[in-house]
Design a protein around this ligand. Structure first.
Ligand code: ADP
Ligand code: ASP
Ligand code: MG
Length: 813
């Protein structure tokens, strides 16, 4: 014999009920079927809402009632087009009874737990009636039995406890006399010994089915729902979650106790006793395997699932008066038990100085009041403090039978949470080690579940969530490169790189599922008005794991926000040099925040665009080397200018060309004045471990006074035309000696300088072409022959690829 239970969604629409009937017919071919049904999806909540409105004298209970009535009448009329009058009348009578009950609640404005149970019982009674009549109308051999006549409980209304002996006897008796092909039973509802209507707790239809399966020693208990089994995590919160093929009873019990709503926790016990397997199946996808739950499942997997419970409050009882005195916990938990307050989580510090426990938010105030009362004497004696409540918390738990035999799981769990800036308020690990749970802020639940899922179940791919500000020349190339490389990264480096936010100076867009890069420009053009602060706030609110902010602007205000990003554990990748060349204190503060919040701060493109200059320097230092001197040509733009300038060209025209080709900063004075090069050598000096400010760098400018004093870009260009003779002279002087002009940056014995130099033939700088850069590191290990890095040091493509490399570096971390 099979016992099948169909949940709210499965009986929530005409289409789904039709599927349910099809499944039952298939089963019936081989053996009798018992089918437990829930209320139509959402009806239990609607009944409670109507009851609450009526109780508070709000007449809108009538419209809530009307919705409930219409839903049922509509389903019936669509399932049975020419319905018999008698069937319709009976349904209308049931609905009238519901209306009378609601009117009564309105009249006396009272909704006791007892009345509440009467009210919600209508949900299952109505759905089971409609399904039975539909099957009858199709000529199927079916009967409906009211479970209230079979399942007997105490009078703990809203979550009654079952009298197993009587219940099992009733079920066995009823079915021993039944020859029916299909029996439909309303789930969730029951009666007390005194004959009052009770219910088995929210989600309790699963339990009804388990009681029937156990009493009759059924072959299996099948729970048919709206997902294809018990998933590795709640599939509504973790998109990558997948159904678990097999679970032990204990694992299923832990997962459901810790929030996997797909199975009502008490369901496991009755069938476990009789060794009846539970199968969780999807009504909408009957061919999917689902989850098979039975005794000890042999497998090597350690963590089997991750679950979460929201709406948790943490209560702490603390005080020196508790140390070494037995009986405190007993008294505490007795109080909670007396008031039927369910404790979901407990930890006690080994000093016995405090006990910390979690309860449902709804119970927190009552728990505090009763415990403070019970310990009034100790509180007045200052032996213990009144209970402290913390709210808006959630429990996230890793579950698995085999976790006990593997070291390092909790370490991995907490370091994963820590890396993502998720603060853990309390930790509990059951002695059985079937579960490790952490209490965290409710705000972080989605992020925690997704990161933990990634670490324990998707080990192979890492998701990076990128927010890019500035999609001008370089930014645009970066997005294009990401678009092009996305598949390669996933297939080869197991990195799932998603662009979540994009902004230029006018607009910004976000998509938590990743912006489609196919037509990102069109998407961006439909975005909201851009704001730097708004961009940060959205990235923060999304609270996604492995978030990376990418600054592709040259804007000071953007640089000023890095600290905010880092403090949220959002990594920062910048080609903007302003932050790292600001005061040493500011630079140092960002480095500190990066360490403190575990958020990388990478700026490889600040020096040498796509060349691995900073990375190489960092690696030298990390491996114990020490930089003694740096000689470098660091300005792609100045190199371009001096490589193209000679006695047949005009200095002004060459600078214009460099700007047109995108080799200079938007304001070419930043390059030509040497400020840009000074910033770069400053950054290298700092990364080499030297405390230095921009003003400490000697800058012998080759520009004229008029060039330097120009007050706009246009004005600057004019002065270049006026002073052409000055530049021709510089060229001629070098040319005479067979030398070339190069703009050189030097760092030596803690001092740095930048300036134009005549480079003689044979020098490594002499043959530097086009916009190339060269950096020579002299270190303790590279004493005679320097470590040389040379290559294209400017241009949108190489800069974009440098930014890309920084992003990948974070992914490989
Ligand atoms: P039914 O109405 O069929 O009883 P429920 O809503 O009670 O269905 O339970 C199914 C829901 O449980 C799923 O739609 C899903 O949102 C939620 N759920 C939470 N955690 C899990 C999990 N680990 N695996 C599967 N479903 C889960
Ligand atoms: N209808 C009840 C509820 O929504 C019982 C169930 O569906 O299992 O809680
Ligand atoms: Mg359910």
């Amino acid at each position: 014999m099979h016992v099948l239970k169909f949940g709210g969604t499965s009986v929530g629409s005409v289409e789904n009920i039709t599927k349910v009937i099809q499944i039952l017919e298939d089963y019936k071919k081989s053996q009798p079927v018992i089918c437990v049904v829930s209320a139509v999806g959402g009806i239990t909540d609607k009944l409670l809402k109507a009851g609450h409105l009526a109780q508070t004298k709000d007449e809108s209970y009538l419209s809530e009632y009307k919705t409930i009535k219409d839903i049922h009448l509509n389903i019936l009329s669509r399932l049975i087009p020419n319905v018999d009058k008698a069937v319709l009348d009976k349904l209308n009578t049931k609905l009238d009874n519901l209306k009378s009950l609601l009117d009564g609640i309105y009249l006396i404005n009272e909704l006791s737990p007892k009345t509440s149970d009467k009210l919600v019982s209508f949900g299952e009674l109505l759905s089971s009636y409609i399904i039975t009549e539909t099957m009858k109308s199709k000529g199927i051999d079916v009967v409906r039995k009211n479970t209230q006549e079979l399942i007997i409980t105490n009078d703990n209304f809203t979550k009654a406890e079952v009298n197993y002996n009587t219940t099992y006897k009733n079920i066995q008796e009823y079915f021993s006399n039944s020859t029916q092909g299909v029996t439909i039973l309303p789930g969730f509802v029951s009666k007390s010994q005194q004959g009052e209507i009770t219910t088995l707790g929210r989600g309790g239809s699963d339990f009804t089915a388990a009681l029937v399966a156990s009493a009759l020693e059924a072959d299996t208990l099948e729970i048919w729902t709206d997902v294809s089994g018990m998933y590795t995590a709640n599939p509504k919160l973790v998109k990558q979650a997948y159904p678990i093929k097999k679970l032990s009873y204990q694992e299923a019990m832990e997962l459901s106790h810790f929030g996997a709503k797909v199975l009502y926790p008490p369901t496991v016990q009755p069938v476990l006793d009789k060794n009846i397997p539970i199968v969780i199946k999807n009504t909408m996808e009957p061919d999917a395997d689902g989850t098979y739950i039975a005794h000890e499942q042999t497998n090597n997997l350690t963590v089997r699932g991750i679950s979460n419970i929201n709406d948790i409050s943490l209560l702490t009882l603390e005080g020196s008066g508790m140390v070494g005195i037995p009986g405190f916990s007993k008294r505490l938990f007795e109080v909670l038990a007396n008031y039927k307050i369910n404790v979901v989580f407990i930890t006690q510090a080994s000093s016995e100085h405090s006990i910390c426990f979690g309860v449902n938010k709804a119970d927190a105030n009552q728990a505090k009041e009763k415990i403070d009362q019970a310990f009034e004497y100790e509180i007045t004696q200052h032996k213990i403090n009144p209970i402290v409540i913390e709210t808006d918390l959630s429990i996230v738990a890793l579950i698995g039978d085999n976790m006990k035999s593997h070291q390092g799981i909790s370490g991995k769990m907490f370091s994963t949470l820590g890396k993502n800036n998720i603060n853990v308020r309390a930790i509990a690990q059951g002695a059985s080690e079937k579960n490790i749970s952490a209490v965290i802020s409710e705000h972080d639940v989605k992020k925690a579940l997704n990161t933990l899922h990634e670490v324990f179940f998707e080990v192979k791919t890492k998701q990076l969530n990128v927010f890019i500000t500035g999609v001008g020349n370089v930014g645009e190339r970066l997005v294009e490169q990401i678009k092009q490389q996305k598949k390669y990264l996933k297939d080869n480096l197991k990195i799932n790189l998603r662009v979540i936010g994009l902004s230029n100076s006018r607009q910004m867009v976000f998509d938590e599922d990743g912006i489609s890069l196919k037509n990102w420009k069109a998407v961006l053009s439909t975005g909201e008005t851009a704001s730097l602060e708004g961009f940060f706030k959205t990235a923060k609110a999304m609270n996604l794991r492995n978030s990376i902010f990418v600054d592709v602007t040259a804007n000071k205000d953007v640089a000023n926000l890095y600290a905010n990003y880092l403090k949220e554990s959002i990594a920062v990748v910048a080609c903007n040099k302003i932050a790292c060349s600001d005061t040493f204190d500011k630079y140092n503060q960002l480095k500190y925040l990066s360490r403190k919040y575990n958020a990388p701060f990478l700026f490889e493109t600040n020096v040498g665009a796509g060349l691995p200059v900073i990375d190489t320097l960092n690696n030298l230092i990390a491996s114990g080397d020490k930089v003694t001197s740096i000689q470098a040509v660091l300005s792609g733009s100045l190199n371009f200018v001096f490589n193209n300038f000679n006695d047949t060209t005009k200095f002004h025209d060459v600078v214009k060309q460099a700007q047109a080709e995108g080799y200079t900063e938007p304001d070419p004075r930043i390059d030509l004045s040497g400020v840009d090069v000074a910033r770069k050598i400053l950054i290298l000096a700092r990364e080499s471990g030297t405390v230095m400010e921009l003003e400490d760098i000697t800058n012998d400018s080759f520009l004229t006074k008029a060039n330097l004093e120009s007050d706009s870009v246009d004005d600057f260009y004019k002065t270049l035309i006026d002073d052409d003779a000055h530049f021709q002279k510089l060229f001629a002087q070098a040319d005479e000696k067979g030398s070339k002009l190069k703009y050189v940056a030097e760092f030596n014995e803690g001092k740095a300088k930048v300036g134009l130099k005549e480079i003689p033939q044979g020098h490594p700088f002499y043959n530097l072409e086009g916009k190339d850069n060269i950096v020579m590191f002299y270190t303790q290990r590279y004493k005679e022959q320097p470590m040389i890095i040379k290559g294209a040091g400017a241009g949108a493509d190489v800069t974009a690829s440098g930014l890309f490399a920084d992003i990948i570096r974070i992914g490989n971390d």
